[in-house]
Design a protein around this ligand. Structure first.
Ligand SMILES: Cc1cc2nc3c(=O)[nH]c(=O)nc-3n(C[C@H](O)[C@H](O)[C@H](O)COP(=O)(O)OP(=O)(O)OC[C@H]3O[C@@H](n4cnc5c(N)ncnc54)[C@H](O)[C@@H]3O)c2cc1C
Length: 441
């Protein structure tokens, strides 16, 4: 990166942060992209197909991830977090903490030999615990950067002072057990926050059986099961017994639009992804019975209502306007009895399914509170980043020179095209402010 360029910090390497980084770099700004996990990509990397085009998600995301890594004006700081900030617009001083990977970034070639030989298996966060990864790992095949990371919590060398198999098999000699956390100082003129979302933990509602019954899963877990590169190679099978479910129920608004759990808002994308996945399941196997238990179907956007209608008329997806109350497992089969009130008739009924998918609320990233303290920005009552003005200055935070985009500002429309648009919009705000300011970092 040239020193005469104006520098910008982007926090969060999901699709919104990636888009903001690329737009800024292509306009001539030097970008520091800080991502807390070992790879950029965010949630979009976990999806199987993306509405509205039904493209393979990673196939359209991966070229952007690679472009980011190869861009001469983008510096990736993965496995890193922002821990300090001083200064003001045009002249921010940022402190970044780089966590140790225990693998040299200069030497690792991402061959995967270490991962293959590592004897320790732990549940994969990327596969939502439905598959396993090793203690030295890359989160997924297309991870960017292509670097191994040692998970010291599970590594036998760090926990029991034995093993070192990865070191033995690493041809480029990249393993470095002595690596320490590193503090990096950056001077930037502006900051873009793009920290995305987390999922509501449905086990808070015991009557729905999440985490109690293996065949009750959430939407992201279903994405991993449907994905050809996922833990079941795209076979839709039940976590309890590996059998193909003959019937699947989607339960909408779990934790969302519900004051009891503190998330009274609509997450805005769950109806769309439930319709998408219901149609996909029917395409895979037309004999499957698929039902969507919904409050009221919110599938706004070009072509979505038509898609939902087609899923009904062409694929036979059933839509039941209802209020599901309880899910009970049948211990002999692992099937699930869904009890619900049909809100069109007021009658309480039940129906048996082989698999239940909970469309859980999308909530603000857990770390937003800490990050907001560091940056001095304000959050809304649901811990999303507060816009300076929700109508006229949507991408401006309450601190001049700090902008936000993507799902971290809350459910606007919340999908990928919207996040891309917002990433570009935040980049324009940065450019406006830095181009008009004298000098700056
Ligand atoms: C089940 C499901 C299915 C979906 N299907 C579709 C679909 O088919 N089509 C579609 O258009 N949309 C879909 N979506 C929505 C899509 O996932 C979001 O629109 C998109 O991921 C939002 O991107 P983002 O960059 O704002 O956030 P994210 O993808 O959440 O990325 C945020 C990034 O920031 C990082 N981060 C968080 N906190 C910090 C921090 N403090 N410091 C550094 N880094 C941090 C995270 O690790 C992550 O990499 C779906 C969502 C779900 C849950």
């Amino acid at each position: 990166m040239a020193t005469d360029e104006k520098h910008v910090l982007v926090i969060g390497g999901g699709i919104a942060g990636i888009q903001a980084s690329l737009d800024l770099a292509n306009r001539g700004f030097a970008v520091h992209l800080v991502e807390r996990s070992p790879t950029i990509g965010g949630r979009m990397a976990q999806l199987d197909k993306t509405f509205p085009t039904m493209d393979c998600s990673i196939c359209i995301l991966s070229p952007k991830m690679i472009e980011c890594a190869r861009h001469p004006r983008i510096k990736l700081h993965t496995y890193s977090e922002v821990i300090g900030l001083k200064g003001s617009v045009g002249d921010f001083h940022v402190k970044v903490l780089k966590k140790p990977r225990y693998v040299s970034e200069e030497k690792c070639v991402g061959c995967g030999e270490c991962t293959e030989k590592c004897p320790v298996k732990v549940p994969s966060e990327f596969d939502m615990g439905l598959g396993m990864r090793k203690a030295i790992y890359m989160p997924f095949l297309q991870s960017v950067p292509r670097l191994a990371t040692i998970d010291a919590e599970h590594c036998l060398y760090f926990t029991k002072n034995v093993c070192k198999v990865c070191e033995k098999f690493c041809v480029p000699k990249a393993i470095d057990y002595d690596q320490k956390p590193q503090e990096i100082d950056l001077d930037v003129g502006a900051i873009v926050v793009a920290t995305g979302f987390d999922l509501f933990d449905a086990s808070i509602i015991p009557s729905l059986g999440y985490k109690k019954y293996k065949n009750v899963i959430n939407g992201l877990e279903l994405e991993r099961l449907l994905c050809a590169s996922g833990p079941t190679r795209g076979e839709l099978v039940r976590p309890s017994d590996g059998k193909h479910p003959k019937s699947v129920a989607f339960i909408q608004c779990v934790g969302a639009r519900d004051k009891r759990f503190g998330y009274p808002y609509c997450s805005s994308i769950c109806c769309k992804y439930a319709v998408k996945n219901a149609a996909l399941i029917k395409q895979h196997n037309p004999d499957n019975e698929v039902s969507i238990f919904y409050t009221d179907l919110r599938v706004f956007g070009k072509g979505f209502q038509e898609f939902a209608n087609r899923s009904k008329s062409e694929y036979g997806v059933k839509y039941i306007q209802s209020n599901p109350g309880e899910i009970r497992e049948k211990p002999d089969t692992g099937n699930l009895q869904v009890w619900f009130e049909d809100t069109t008739t007021g009658k309480v009924q039940s129906h048996e399914f082989g698999l239940v998918v909970l469309s859980t609320a999308l909530v603000a990233s857990k770390e937003n509170e800490e990050l907001a303290k560091v940056l001095g920005i304000e959050l809304d009552p649901y811990r999303f980043i507060l816009s300076k003005n929700a109508v006229t200055d949507i991408f401006d935070t309450t601190v001049e020179g700090i902008y936000a985009c993507g799902y971290c500002i809350g459910p606007k429309s919340g999908d990928v095209p919207d996040s891309v648009m917002q990433g570009s919009a935040a980049a324009v705000r940065v450019a406006e402010v830095l181009m008009s300011s004298e000098g700056g970092s």
